[in-house]
Design a protein around this ligand. Structure first.
Ligand code: PRT
Ligand code: MG
Length: 216
């Protein structure tokens, strides 16, 4: 039997991948919010799910710790995508990467004056590219979470972060001043596994593709 290992992160990616798995005839047998297990069995003896941090999904798949995974485009860009086949935009966990500032900070003016901008973000690669293209000089502060706090306590002028409803920004007196890119989650596949486990992986990819097309 060829075992297929699928890497998912808890939360929205797991939740939004479940219906696609169901369409492929795969049912996860334990609820990650209740179980402490990191390896979850499915109704198929040849398919298992491993739970990893969202930012670690591309790394697990790159090194073959998992054959296949679901990860946000944001995470994929920051990872670099090396060693990964990206066959499918699943159109789930949608959001955008944006620039936000305190609502009393004049971003347009700072950009026009050519001021150096202090930017706090987890997305240093996306932010660097964006501001370089704009011709804005930035000092980057790398954070791993709660980016919204940085401008409020004077750690930065701006943040580059994910925005979905905008509620988090509003709750912290921040405003979105630029949309950098739209984000959704992708299926990623280990390139070597795709050759060695071609038939079972193809059938999962095809079922995900059909389910994604049916929802569009
Ligand atoms: O939470 P943890 O640190 O473990 O990891 P993570 O934040 O990387 O994982 P998770 O599960 O929160 O996000 C996984 C993926 O979901 C991301 O890589 C995105 O591709 C996607 N996604 C979609 C989002 C959002 N929408 C989202 N709204 N990820 C995070 N958010 C956060 C955002 O960072 C901000 O703090 O939600 C807040 C904004 O939401 P609104 O609705 O208030 O605008
Ligand atoms: Mg999160």
């Amino acid at each position: 039997m060829t075992m297929i290992t699928l890497a998912l992160s808890k939360g929205r990616i797991f939740d939004e991948t479940l219906p696609l798995l169901a369409a492929a005839g795969i049912e996860v047998l334990e609820d990650p919010e209740k179980s402490r297990k990191l390896i979850l069995p499915t109704n198929r003896p040849d398919v298992r799910v491993v739970l990893v941090r969202a930012t670690d999904v591309p790394t697990y798949v790159e090194y073959g710790g998992a054959d296949i995974g679901v990860t946000g485009k944001d995470t994929l860009i920051e990872h670099g995508g090396q060693g990964l086949y990206q066959p499918l935009d699943l159109q789930i966990a949608k959001c955008r990467v944006s620039v936000a500032v305190r609502n009393d900070f004049d971003y347009e003016r700072a950009v026009k004056q050519g001021s150096r901008l202090k930017v706090a973000t987890k997305y240093t690669s996306i932010a660097r590219d964006f501001f370089a293209t704009k011709g804005v000089h930035v000092d980057m502060v790398k954070l791993y979470g709660s980016m919204e706090l940085a401008p409020l306590i004077g750690l930065s002028d701006a943040i580059v972060d994910l925005v979905s409803t905008g509620n988090t920004l509003r709750a912290n007196n921040l405003v979105e001043v630029e949309r950098i890119m739209d984000i959704s989650s992708y299926l990623v596949v280990n390139q070597a596994a795709l050759k060695l486990k071609q038939a079972p992986l193809r059938s999962i990819i095809d079922a995900f593709a059909a389910a994604t097309a049916a929802r569009a």
